[in-house]
Design a protein around this ligand. Structure first.
Ligand code: FAD
Length: 245
């Protein structure tokens, strides 16, 4: 049985250190931030490596690697079995069993090109349009339309990021970004302290939620008990019509 090796990839400055060796089984761990996740995805697409996402722990079991990752806002922990080969993950604080070797690849450099703009930055945005687990891909597309009409920035809750509805760079909250807008529009979010820890006190909250008892309504100054799938397109249409006239 060949032991798994784990290598942490550093993404610093204008270069990312890349892999020079090909011996496997090998897990490459990129930083769990916007740059690291982008590079991990690009690397996996290029090499066909298995993608295991943002992980917390790794240990070897027989020939396989068992990694764990958090899901549903930390309520559940998934244990994933990775078959021997090449795999990529992201992590900040990774716990590994002692037998696994930690190393730094060296040599070859990866050229980095700036990614196309992701839309208005959350930093300094006066209007933030946020989406939570209650939305789907179409819901987030409507948030983009609303944000674009208001010159605002789109944010997301952790579960929405976990579901792949928004990049991690858009996550607001305790383990995400801090924003300090004048208006925070929250659609399909329940209103948890972990999310609202990332929103400045001056923000006036506007909420859309199907559940009249959702905690978000005790934080919001205005809100609609409504299905976001119906309401968001109507808001986006109205704003775009206002712009057109
Ligand atoms: C250590 C730690 C750190 C964390 N850090 C963060 C963080 O940084 N940011 C963060 O967001 N969370 C964080 N969390 C997770 C947090 O605890 C919550 O799980 C999360 O904020 C809930 O996100 P949500 O409101 O999108 O989802 P949910 O709580 O599941 O709420 C979804 C809401 O959508 C509503 N809904 C469903 N369908 C519709 C519809 N069609 N139209 C309108 N409304 C609908 C539901 O009624 C519900 O109220 C953290 C948790 C831990 C343990």
């Amino acid at each position: 049985m060949t032991p798994w090796r784990i290598m942490r990839i550093k993404c610093e400055g204008t270069q990312a250190t890349a892999l020079t060796e090909t011996a496997r089984p090998l897990l490459l761990v990129f930083p769990a931030d916007a740059v690291g996740e982008t590079l991990a995805g690009a690397f996996a697409a290029k090499t066909g490596a298995a993608v295991v996402g943002r992980i917390i722990t790794a240990r070897q079991e027989g020939a396989d690697l068992i990694v764990t990752r958090s899901t549903h806002g930390g309520r559940l922990i998934l244990a994933l079995r990775v078959l021997p080969g090449l795999a990529v993950a992201t992590a900040n604080d990774l716990e590994c069993e002692a037998a696994l070797s930690l190393g730094q690849p060296d040599g070859l450099c990866v050229e980095r090109e700036p990614l196309p703009s992701e839309g208005t930055s959350l930093d300094g945005a006066d209007i933030v349009i946020g989406g939570g687990r209650g939305l789907d891909v179409e819901g987030f597309a409507q948030l983009e339309r609303i944000a674009s009409a208001l010159n605002g920035a789109v944010s997301a809750s952790l579960p929405a990021v976990d579901l792949g509805l928004a990049p991690v760079s858009r996550q607001v909250g305790q383990s995400g970004k801090f924003v300090n807008p004048k208006i925070y529009f929250a659609a399909g979010m329940s209103g948890t302290p972990q999310h609202f820890a990332g929103i400045g006190a001056r923000a006036r909250i506007v909420a859309v939620n199907t559940d009249r008892d959702a905690p978000i309504f005790s934080l919001a100054e205005a809100g609609a008990i409504a299905d976001a799938r119906i309401l968001l397109p109507l808001i986006a249409d109205a704003l775009e019509n206002m712009q057109a006239t």
